[in-house]
Design a protein around this ligand. Sequence first.
Ligand SMILES: C[S@@+](CC[C@H](N)C(=O)[O-])C[C@H]1O[C@@H](n2cnc3c(N)ncnc32)[C@H](O)[C@@H]1O
Length: 426
Amino acid sequence: MKFEVVTIFPEIFDSFLQGSLLGKAIDRGLIEVAFSDPRDFTADRHRTVDDTPFGGGDGMVLKPEPWVAAIEAAQARSPNAHRVALTPAGQPIRQADLRRLAQRESLVLVCGRYEGFDERILGYVDQQLSLGDFVLNGGEVPAMALIDGIARLIPEVIGNPGSLGEESHQDGLLEYPQYTRPREFRGAAVPEVLLGGDHQKVADWRTSQRLTRTLERRPELFRRHRLSERERQLFAMPAGRVYLALVHHPVYDKAQQLVTTALTNLDLHDIARSSRTFGLGGYFVITPITAQRQLAERIVGHWQSGHGAIHNPHRQQALSLVRVLPNVASMVEQLTENIGKKPLVVGTTARRRSGQVAADTLLTRLATDESAVILMGTGWGLADELLEQCDLVLTPIEGQSGYNHLSVRSATAILLDRLFGLRDQS
Ligand SMILES: C[S@@+](CC[C@H](N)C(=O)[O-])C[C@H]1O[C@@H](n2cnc3c(N)ncnc32)[C@H](O)[C@@H]1O
């Protein structure tokens, strides 16, 4: 693999390239690094590579002529090279990018400086990559990061290629915690399972640690990971420890009066189906009106054991999650008894209030063994007296339009998708 680095500061790379693994890889001819300095492609006495921005503004912009000439010189030496500009406005570098780039025969890495590139320079690269959502003084550190990350994927550069297999980001998850001697350090002991010599137990422990860690630290990565059958067995999905409650009292009506709303068949079915789809532990329908509870039981009964069960067994599965109770307090009491610990009571509202938390915060709490019950309000929303008793209140689901009147069924489905929905790999 040949790296062609376009930079006005090639000397920055000196000690980096003499470092242990890279230095050896260069000595063994596994990688090669060459430089193209835009200053060598200037015609003026000051070797000018930048100029003031058109339209005004601070700082200096990199001029197209010397930069494009430097890129073309690199390309003339390595005609099949894939050209990458390092810029904070590019796509953040991911392990999958490194894997793709490591397949190339050569790469041109263009390192900006000052206020960055004249936009026309970027017409001479194939891709723009960023080291992350922050701004550095130059593209050299990001280029070194790419060289370092790609080089270790090239066969023979790393002594033991097996060590790459279970690293963070290799398969979308973070790495499990690692330990070496001593067995105890300042009171912190190595987990017992790692000392027992049972390879299967170690592998299982590592798998569940990877999943827990990823969920806790990087929920967005967790949502892109489709659990294997084995992982499903080893890892108690947080959704199974989450319950939903559709609250018909105390809620507001549109005049902001406290009321009890009427049950709807649609809410019963649709929220049960969403709860089943996302793997929730249960779905409570809360109404203090006895006749309404009886009605709910009758509807559920029809789909559980009546004609509906024969007609549509999928619906039976969904509605089997439904429990009907008179109030939130009795539900929390029942859950506490069943789980053996009080669940987090989580409020939802379409309004902004102070102290609300994003869905990911709840998910992070669920990575440990917490359980939660999410209260969804009917009518014009859950009463403040109820929200004030909640352990957490989630931020509203909002679009950019300023209109915010989702049905409770839609809001529930969106929230569950935010929390537990599997995302496509990008
Ligand atoms: C000070 S930055 C210019 C930032 C530019 N004005 C902007 O807002 O996007 C100078 C150069 O450093 C490099 N650089 C800075 N932050 C970077 C990052 N996060 N990833 C990749 N390159 C970066 C780029 O090559 C950039 O052209």
